[in-house]
Design a protein around this ligand. Structure first.
Ligand SMILES: *[C@@H]1O[C@H](CO)[C@@H](O)[C@H](O)[C@H]1NC(C)=O
Ligand SMILES: *[C@@H]1O[C@H](CO)[C@@H](O)[C@H](O)[C@H]1NC(C)=O
Ligand SMILES: *[C@@H]1O[C@H](CO)[C@@H](O)[C@H](O)[C@H]1NC(C)=O
Ligand SMILES: *[C@@H]1O[C@H](CO)[C@@H](O)[C@H](O)[C@H]1NC(C)=O
Ligand SMILES: *[C@@H]1O[C@H](CO)[C@@H](O)[C@H](O)[C@H]1NC(C)=O
Ligand SMILES: *[C@@H]1O[C@H](CO)[C@@H](O)[C@H](O)[C@H]1NC(C)=O
Ligand SMILES: *[C@@H]1O[C@H](CO)[C@@H](O)[C@H](O)[C@H]1NC(C)=O
Ligand SMILES: *[C@@H]1O[C@H](CO)[C@@H](O)[C@H](O)[C@H]1NC(C)=O
Ligand SMILES: *[C@@H]1O[C@H](CO)[C@@H](O)[C@H](O)[C@H]1NC(C)=O
Ligand SMILES: *[C@@H]1O[C@H](CO)[C@@H](O)[C@H](O)[C@H]1NC(C)=O
Ligand SMILES: *[C@@H]1O[C@H](CO)[C@@H](O)[C@H](O)[C@H]1NC(C)=O
Ligand SMILES: *[C@@H]1O[C@H](CO)[C@@H](O)[C@H](O)[C@H]1NC(C)=O
Length: 795
């Protein structure tokens, strides 16, 4: 039975336990936990789920005695986050999960409790009873909102003789599971009824069509249950802005930056005694703000941190309020921007607070839970290799592909509550320009892998439009942009790459190269794009190759240092290969200049002087790994796997979540402090690369009509696994017995198998039997269909 998510926690407690019995719930433990506080010293206990989970946290109260009105549960990905009262939150960017990582319960009787909103990735829960009473809890668990198929039962699979590498594969698969958000799984952010909108302990979400406002008058009726509420103004699309927190029972007001970094203004006023609805007016005139509560001016201040942006309504941690009759007038035009009673659920869409209409892949389980073009480029491959969630790939393309500008580029991100746009946007400014090329690569990958003609037909016009726009930005043969607002990248904390950047140019080249089959399938004459690719490869080399560095320079403006991802994309796009430089030499430079014990830096040391941070990126390294394996450099691949990924997925690592992290410091710790996502899909690249290069399974024609098996052994003793395809699953296993290869495979027709490289005993002293038939080493690759066994024998 499914319980209605709109029931309040108090109402849930009245339901009999059986109503919640759900075989899907993952319990940390069914042991009873006893919490006992005298009201001065809180009783705090930590529950470890062993790895990341996400969904609706649930627990059962077996008995409650004394004062049990202040019981808090905190959620955290890493243990050390629990040292902070707010844990690794709040996370306010989207309404795809609860804003706070702490939840307060007022327990009055036994029963089963379940969070109304989703908690994204957490490994730990901290239980904290601070009122003078005693609680006996059991069945502490979470009802998942994502797929929980055991990893070994997923459509795709990989394991090998090296435990680190096997774990890396499965942590990537698990990251894929936790970032694939099923449609309609996100509950309403507010509880809307004819009494108004109950906003319970969640951060304001911006009105989705108000980001250009700068001068407006907002009026709303508020009935706070505990006195406190929040009105957000001058907010951007990720809800960064000015939060006005008022408490009418205390008579206090504090205007703060949404990230908590600064208190901008405070005020006090005569407290209100009644809990009845109060009229509140916030007047915003650029930087000048006036707040009126119950017709009295209570605060008037000027600030310069936020100067334009939208509005939203919220309630601070452990507070709730009912809002009604929200009216916003643009003071510049005099137009009414918003005027609704807040009594109809349809208003949720105005603030992107309703459910998610499509199956989509987000960046991280806990942060940001938003779809990004750049991240998707890695996630598509990981999904195909493990969960095989093709409808999530299609849903993500449908959403992100629809957010494009008439001029060509794509908007880099979309919230999963958004619906695909019916037509391109008539604007010409976007950001994160590289992500537009990543999305083309993701589309091309999804098309080539699935052979789904609809992907080609649907997206070819958008791909053409973006590629033609890129061509219009060439200067001296290179894609060149000086507008710093366009050329930020995944490393948002680093300077934008203005001028002609090696990253954007090599990624542009890769997008040209990868999209050729998609364009051809849609009937587009690809010769013009092929010619552009040839010229671009030459121009990148001519203008950006720095032979002293042994690498492509960061950009036309920063010529004495280099970016890891730019080298990887250059190799993947055939840039050095077509200019007489061996990719192995560049991989060697990267190892010398970037590789630390904890993994490769994303930028060479020289870039520090230009303001670049020293960080290790599983995202950039996913492309580094792909480049190494595509040119057959198993040595580099093994070093990357062992240095960066192996420690992250080691269960003894203090921050282990059984997922891949977002960013690391040079010492291997999470790179962005408590804010670091410890379950981020963009770093899970090895999962797809291991299938493609250790099992060695790749399509060689659209949709696996033809395919090959061409394993790189990395000197391992064995590897085995399976790759789902539209034509059926391909199984491959290989191992060395007494140094002799034994390989078994099965799959649909159209396969060709190469001998794995390197072998342990050379073909000069051995022979091969394929299904018992003797085949010479130089006769490989051989065609295979159905079950096939290759046995190497000594001669
Ligand atoms: C807890 O709930 C009870 C009623 O169920 C209420 O009387 C009490 O004030 C609440 N306590 C707190 C701290 O919210
Ligand atoms: C336990 O909860 C109380 C009440 O919110 C809080 O003051 C205290 O800091 C919490 N303790 C911990 C360790 O989180
Ligand atoms: C219960 O404990 C809370 C927090 O310590 C306190 O605010 C409240 O007044 C107590 N309730 C009663 C009925 O003692
Ligand atoms: C703002 O709205 C309130 C409530 O509707 C109204 O009383 C007030 O005059 C308005 N202020 C301005 C400057 O429009
Ligand atoms: C804000 O207030 C200051 C002083 O009160 C005034 O000089 C300024 O023009 C105001 N700005 C706007 C945008 O109204
Ligand atoms: C909510 O609004 C929709 C669209 O305007 C309307 O069809 C529906 O009847 C309304 N629901 C309620 C409960 O008023
Ligand atoms: C965007 O369009 C405006 C108006 O057409 C134009 O002034 C501006 O230069 C364009 N910006 C870019 C980056 O193309
Ligand atoms: C092909 O792609 C479209 C989206 O472009 C999707 O709706 C459809 O389900 C896909 N077909 C198959 C067979 O996967
Ligand atoms: C970008 O700036 C460089 C010098 O800083 C200049 O040579 C080039 O013309 C500029 N390009 C554009 C598109 O403005
Ligand atoms: C190439 O890189 C080296 C090493 O950082 C630097 O000294 C040199 O100036 C760069 N060459 C050019 C042409 O910028
Ligand atoms: C890079 O800089 C770090 C810190 O200053 C230094 O320890 C390291 O040796 C440098 N690496 C290279 C390859 O120059
Ligand atoms: C775990 O993460 C915390 C917070 O980022 C950090 O302080 C700590 O050093 C990390 N420990 C390890 C072993 O990575």
């Amino acid at each position: 039975m499914k319980i209605s998510r709109t029931l309040s926690v108090a109402a849930l407690a009245l339901l009999p336990h059986q109503a919640l019995a759900d075989s899907n719930v993952r319990y940390a433990s069914t042991d009873t936990v006893v919490l006992k506080s005298d009201g001065s010293k809180p009783d705090v206990q930590i529950v470890d789920f062993g790895e990341n989970h996400e969904g609706f946290p649930t627990f059962e109260i077996i008995s409650a005695s004394g004062n049990t009105s202040v019981f808090e549960v905190s959620y955290a990905e890493g243990y050390t986050a629990l040292d902070s009262y707010m844990s690794d939150g709040p996370i306010i960017m989207a309404a795809a999960m609860d804003s706070y990582r702490v939840k307060r319960y007022n327990i009055s009787k036994p029963g089963v409790f379940e969070n109304r909103l989703v908690q994204g990735g957490f490994r730990y829960q901290k239980l904290n009873l601070s009122s003078a009473g005693e609680l006996h809890l059991s069945s502490i668990g979470t009802r998942p909102t994502v797929d929980t198929t055991p990893i070994k039962d997923l459509p795709g699979y990989f394991e090998c003789s090296d435990d680190d590498i096997s774990r890396i594969w499965s942590a990537g698969a698990r990251t894929s599971q936790l970032t694939e958000i099923p449609k309609d799984s996100i509950p309403d952010f507010w509880i809307v009824s004819e009494q108004g909108s109950l906003v319970d302990s969640v951060a304001p979400q911006n009105y989705a069509y108000g980001s250009a406002l700068s001068s407006y008058n907002l009026s709303v009726e508020v009935k706070p249950s505990t006195g406190a509420f929040t009105i957000g103004v001058l907010m951007d699309t990720l809800n960064a802005g000015l939060f006005i927190n008022a408490n009418v029972f205390e008579g206090t007001l504090a205007a703060v930056a949404s990230d908590g970094s600064s208190a901008i203004a405070t005020a006090s006023f005569e407290p209100l005694l009644s809990a009845g609805p109060v009229p509140v007016v916030v007047n915003v005139q650029g930087s000048n703000i006036t707040v009126t509560i119950d017709t009295k001016d209570v605060a008037s201040f000027s600030q310069s941190r936020f100067t334009f942006g939208s509005f939203g309504l919220g309630a601070p941690l452990a507070h709730s309020a009912v809002f009604k009759n929200l009216k916003v007038t643009d003071l510049t035009s005099g137009q009414v921007v918003y005027d609704k009673a807040l009594t109809n659920r349809t208003i949720l869409d105005d603030f992107l607070m309703g459910t998610n209409p499509l199956n989509t892949i987000v960046d991280g389980s806990r942060r940001d839970r938003i779809a990004y073009n750049g991240d998707l480029d890695v996630s598509v491959g990981v999904s195909f290799a493990s969960t095989y969630a093709t409808d999530f790939v299609d849903g993500s393309l449908d959403l992100l592909g629809s957010y494009r500008l008439e001029s060509g580029p794509f908007v880099p991100t979309a919230k999963i509550q958004q619906r695909p746009l019916p037509a391109p946007l008539p604007i010409n400014a976007t950001g994160l320009i590289g992500y537009s090329f990543n999305l083309i690569c993701a589309m091309a990958q999804a098309h080539y892998f699935s052979g789904n003609q609809s992907i080609a037909t649907t997206w070819a016009p958008a791909v053409v439009s973006m590629l033609d726009w890129a061509d219009s930005k060439l200067q001296d043969g290179l894609f060149t942009l000086n507008d710093s607002s366009l050329v930020g990248d995944w490393n948002y904390y680093d300077p934008p790459q203005t001028g002609a950047s090696a990253k954007f140019n090599s990624l542009y080249a890769y997008a040209l190269q990868q999209s050729t089959p998609l364009l051809k399938a849609a009937g587009v004459d690809a010769t013009v794009y092929e010619a552009r690719l040839d010229s671009l490869r030459k121009a990148i080399h001519d203008r950006l190759w720095n032979s002293t560095l042994g690498a492509y320079a960061l950009s036309s403006e920063i010529a004495d240092g280099f970016a890891q991802d730019a080298q990887a994309f250059s190799i993947l796009a055939g840039v050095p290969q077509s200019n007489g430089i061996s990719p192995e030499a560049i991989l060697q430079t990267m190892e010398q200049k970037l590789l630390l014990d904890a993994g490769p830096l994303a930028f060479s040391n020289e870039t520090v002087a230009h303001g670049f941070a020293r960080k290790i990126s599983p995202y950039a390294t996913s492309y580094h790994l792909r480049a190494a394996l595509e040119v057959g450099d198993g040595g580099t691949a093994k070093k990357l796997l062992k240095s960066l990924w192996a420690p992250m997925v080691d269960p003894s690592n203090a921050n282990y979540t059984n997922c891949i992290w977002e960013t690391l410091n040079p010492d291997g710790t999470p790179g962005l402090g408590q804010g670091t996502s410890l379950c981020h899909g963009w770093g899970a690249g090895p999962t797809s690369e291991l299938n493609k290069h250790l099992l060695g399974i790749t399509p060689t024609a659209l949709g696996f009509e033809e395919w090959q098996v061409k394993p790189i052994t990395l000197d391992l003793a064995s590897a085995a696994g399976r790759q789902p395809t539209p034509k059926g699953t391909i199984h491959v296993s290989w191992r060395f017995d007494n140094e002799l290869l034994r390989m078994e495979m099965d799959g649909p027709k159209g396969g060709k198998v190469y001998l794995p490289q390197p072998l342990r005993i050379g073909p000069d002293v051995s022979a091969f039997h394929v299904n018992g038939k003797s085949i010479a080493a130089d006769e490989f690759p051989v065609s295979v269909a159905g079950p096939t066994i290759i046995q190497q024998v000594r001669r």
